[in-house]
Design a protein around this ligand. Structure first.
Ligand code: DX5
Ligand code: ZN
Length: 237
């Protein structure tokens, strides 16, 4: 059975979307933790898929995404940190993903992969590792719906934000603007209430946060606190 995905709408000008990453959630109580984040005002649920090859960690696959889709009311933002993502994109789409992002470092034919994701009716994102230059987006800017800038080296939650990522955000925005794209930029890794305002000022409008939300004893309050730390009203679902 194919789960019908919840439609994702990009943040409007001045709006910020909060995307709690379930990587730091209690995997034995995912439904409870997702509900708490949604009550706290989460706009998306960020799902980190790792294969033990592209990154040195293994997490979850389509069956768990399918289970999450049954309990989440917000769009599922599926971040694929896997080799050969083309082989699994359809499975994640069927499992209920609304957004799928792939790493430029893992995909040889990026334009084709983005087209494949969009053809399935989903929003397509391109992810850049910290060492991957913004210019890699130049020739696919018209083929993507959002960009995901990694502000840690992917693989684990709870790592420290790499300060250079603020410059990276500005360079990504420049590349997109030159290519006449207004696609939103998502940031992932080490985001918390202390750095969120600077991150937004540098150009990100979708904030992923794992440890800052699910590492807290009260994920609902932590989601609210992250929203309060940045300017901009909650987006309507
Ligand atoms: C890292 C993942 C992130 C991670 C973020 O590889 O892509 O989504 O969960 O977690 P924090 O916010 O704890 O850095
Ligand atoms: Zn992620």
């Amino acid at each position: 059975m194919t789960i019908r995905p919840t439609l994702w709408r990009p943040p409007a000008q001045g709006q910020i979307q909060i995307a709690p990453s379930i990587l730091s959630a209690d995997f034995s109580a995912l439904a409870r933790d997702i509900e708490a984040a949604e009550h706290g005002g989460a706009d998306l649920i960020h799902v980190d898929v790792m294969d033990g090859h592209f990154v040195p960690n293994i997490t979850i696959g389509p069956p768990v995404v399918r289970a999450i889709a049954r309990v989440a009311t917000k769009p599922l933002d599926v971040h694929l940190m896997i080799e050969e993502p083309d082989r699994y994109i359809e499975d994640f789409a069927r499992a209920g993903a609304s957004m799928i992002s792939v790493h430029v470092e893992a995909v040889p034919h990026l334009q084709r992969t983005l087209g494949f994701i969009r053809k399935l009716g989903l929003s397509a994102g391109v992810v850049l590792n910290p060492s991957t230059p913004a210019v890699m987006l130049e020739d696919v800017a018209g083929d993507l719906d959002f960009v995901l800038v990694m502000s840690v080296n992917p693989g684990f939650g709870g790592q420290a934000f790499i300060p250079h990522s603020l410059d990276k955000l500005r360079r990504v925005r420049d590349v997109l603007t030159r290519a006449r794209s207004t696609a939103p930029i998502e940031i992932d890794g080490g985001v918390d209430t202390a750095n969120a305002a600077a991150i937004v000022a540098a150009g990100a409008s979708i904030l992923v946060a794992g440890n800052a939300i699910f590492g807290s004893p009260d994920p609902e309050a932590a989601t609210r606190a992250l929203r309060a730390a940045v300017a901009g009203p909650a987006t309507a679902a």
